[in-house]
Design a protein around this ligand. Sequence first.
Ligand code: PEP
Ligand code: MG
Length: 602
Amino acid sequence: MTNDRWLRGVGVSPGIAIGPARLVLWEIPAVTRRVVTPDQVAGEVERLRQATAAVSELLEDLRERTLQRAGTEEAKIFDAQIMMLEDRDFMGEVETLIQQNQLSAERAFEFKTLEMRALWAQSSSYKLRQRVADITGLQVRVLNQLVGRSELVPLHDPTGRPAIVFTRELTPGLTVQLEREQVAGFASVEGTRTAHAAILARSLGIPCVMGLVEGLQRIEDGMEVILDGAHGLVVLEPKEEEVAEAREWEGYRRALGAEMEQVVGEPAVTMDGVAVSLRGNVDLPEEVETTLHFGAEGVGLLRTEFMVLGRTELPGELEEAEFFGRVAKTFAGHPVVVRSYDVGGDKFPASFQSPPEANPFLGWRAIRVCLDHPEILRTQVRALLRARTHGDVKLMLPMISQVEEVERALEMVQEEVAALKREGVEAADALPVGAMIETPAAALLAPQIAERVDFLSIGTNDLTQYTLAIDRGNARLAGRFTPHHPAVIQLLKLVVEAGDAAGIETSVCGEMASDPLSAFLLLGLGFRVLSMSPPTLPLARWLVRQVEVKGARQAAQGAVHAATTGEVNAILEARIGEYVDLNLLQASRLPGVNAQTSFQGS
Ligand code: PEP
Ligand code: MG
């Protein structure tokens, strides 16, 4: 359903805020063109140094504030800006610009940061693009200092109610700088779930929507709005009934939050005593610690694409081994399942020469690339064998569609075990290998695959995409994309039965695991290991503790024989409703949660 008073974006920090809109244009101040005379050059350099010293002090102050209000990890967000100001090369180049081109301090600083900003914004590195907001923050601060403009944004809301701040780009500094009592929510045009400011907003518990596709044209200062940070929605000038509905959902969300808090640290065991292992999916190194804090019992899917995307060269064996070893130590006593590179389509390291493909998702990707370029997989295997001396790391192969792919990869593992031994390198003498089941072909061949590997893990995002022939990233088809399609459910059943028959673990690591209704279905089908995006772990723990496997099994039996998704959902809801309040459940479900992850399909 759409509505012309609705603005769509991405929900990055859950919660509902209702209040007046406040436009905060955190703008880079205009800098006048000014050339300095040779005898003024030394004075300009001094002015630059004083301004950067003042900004450093301010940033240290903000870091301290963040430490108090949010925590150590969050406080580190300011380190990037502080480090840039302390970077002798960077600051040296600004000073050289003043000296050689006789530019004013502000012109020289603006020139250098614009250059860097353009470089980072165009970079194919996911991480660098995420950091563009750091440069903006620095530009605004240093230039404000130099032109004598105050950087504190007055919120002055005449009604005294906390405001919903709308801005083009939400910087971490702005997020923490605004007084919590004055801010009910944030919305921005730029940004994604993994932006620093989004992480901060979540830590501070401030609802936030980013990526407002329409921009800020329709926002007026003081206009009444509802912001829904879970669903990525802003409602302009809401009607009374919309406000009432929003308040009701918020009530459910809070009630659910309170219930989830009570089970932190409690074991994930169902009412009828079945233990479930809850693991985290990790996309980026900085998520490792938070995954642990969300209570993950290991990493069920460590995506390694971040190591190659945007780089001109593949990382070396030792660099990979160091990272895998570090994660293994963090999760001591629990498994860490490392997936070999799921590159393909447009996700290639810059050094790779690959012609454009008409159908990249049916193309040369993942295991197909790794087997055609065995040196890539061999390096990962060797790194894992080294890291296995530090903990329980395992290898997982994505996009399997043929048994031969598994066999070839297993041979390589054997060959590298022997090679490392010959070379006298300290490494494990075996590596558990698992297959991802994310194509219908692999699901149907699960019994044959299960005989050859140590574990199976179902990537339900791709399995749904390939079974239903629905592009997981196509927003127009998002309503049709669901792992609750009976065909997908039948495949899930086949796979878990194949794993059980072979006596190996079968887990689910697609986003499906994080949806409570789906998790109930999975428990009923016989899955006991679920891996999901870390922030959804507390909800899964809560859910597991509310239900009985007995009831879930009955629901799953019905779902397997259903003809339509509607029937499946009706069966699941009727049964789960015996254990939990369906309204609570509804308030916790994110639309499209099964469709998206950060690297694929976006
Ligand atoms: C999946 O396909 O379900 C999966 C976990 O892998 P990715 O989302 O990285 O493709
Ligand atoms: Mg996948």
